[in-house]
Write a protein that binds this ligand. Structure first.
Ligand SMILES: Nc1nc2c(c(=O)[nH]1)N(C=O)[C@@H](CNc1ccc(C(=O)N[C@@H](CCC(=O)O)C(=O)O)cc1)CN2
Ligand SMILES: Nc1ncnc2c1ncn2[C@@H]1O[C@H](COP(=O)(O)OP(=O)(O)OP(=O)(O)O)[C@@H](O)[C@H]1O
Length: 196
């Protein structure tokens, strides 16, 4: 029986092993699914992430015809204290990025434009693992869970919509739900969509 940190290692190794051509194929297919979905079509402000560690690349969705009118944000590590939560900063293709302490590029601190999370319409978040019922496993830092914890108190709020994305090879039979997990509205892979 595997515990979550062993499962995390196995799934991270699997996604890192995907060839560059499979990575590109999955990213294109993901963009096609996501680019047609009303969550995306209706979103004016959306957050995605800069891929690392073999994660599926969500950025090709920005090439969709509808994307030009949207404001795009990336997660940045909250620099205050040890809260292990995220802020979201405006992403501009020509704007400066800087590596955070995990080696993931984020918009540069100086002059960056932050947005309160409730003003986002859609957050596309990376999964390490998931099951067909919508349970998820992240990197294990609890960053997204902590950042979104306020949603428990506002169950009727639909914003931001939360879409978890991953490669199909990261799907497992069962992932145990934790009390602090925030429900996703949908999970998307290159193969299609899973609803909770
Ligand atoms: N692309 C991307 N950006 C993201 C996330 C993510 O999962 N993917 N995050 C989602 O939370 C946040 C960063 N969270 C992270 C949490 C752990 C590790 C990580 O590599 N941990 C190492 C241990 C590193 C250390 O402690 O120095 C490891 O587990 O090997 C990376 C990012 C914000 N940005
Ligand atoms: N709302 C919260 N408040 C305080 N601690 C939290 C909260 N949510 C999660 N945590 C803590 O974060 C740690 C990591 O949680 P978990 O293993 O579920 O991470 P994860 O969901 O895989 O990662 P992530 O949310 O970064 O994608 C746990 O020890 C958990 O106690």
């Amino acid at each position: 029986m595997q515990n979550s940190s062993q499962l995390r290692q196995v799934l991270r190794t699997a996604r890192r092993a995907l060839s560059p051509s499979l990575q590109r194929l999955h990213a294109r297919r993901l963009a096609r699914h996501l680019g047609k979905h009303p969550f995306f079509l209706r979103a004016r402000r959306l957050a995605l992430y800069w891929p690392a560690d073999g994660e599926i690349d969500p950025r090709p969705v920005l090439d969709r015809p509808h994307a030009r009118a949207k404001h795009v944000y990336l997660p940045v590590l909250n620099p205050l204290g040890r809260s292990k939560s995220l802020w979201f900063a405006r992403y501009r293709p020509d704007g400066p990025l800087r590596f955070n302490r995990f080696g993931i590029p984020e918009p540069h601190q100086c002059g960056r434009q932050l947005i309160p999370i409730r003003h986002l319409d859609l957050i596309i978040l990376p999964l390490v693992g998931f099951d067909a019922h919508g349970n998820r496993l992240g990197m294990g830092g609890g960053f997204y869970d902590r950042t979104l914890a306020y949603r428990r108190r506002y169950t009727h709020w639909q914003r931001p919509r939360l879409v978890g994305v991953a490669h199909e090879c990261q799907r497992v039979e069962h992932i145990e739900a934790k009390p602090w997990d925030i429900r996703l509205d949908m999970i998307l892979t290159e193969a299609g969509c899973y609803l909770p």
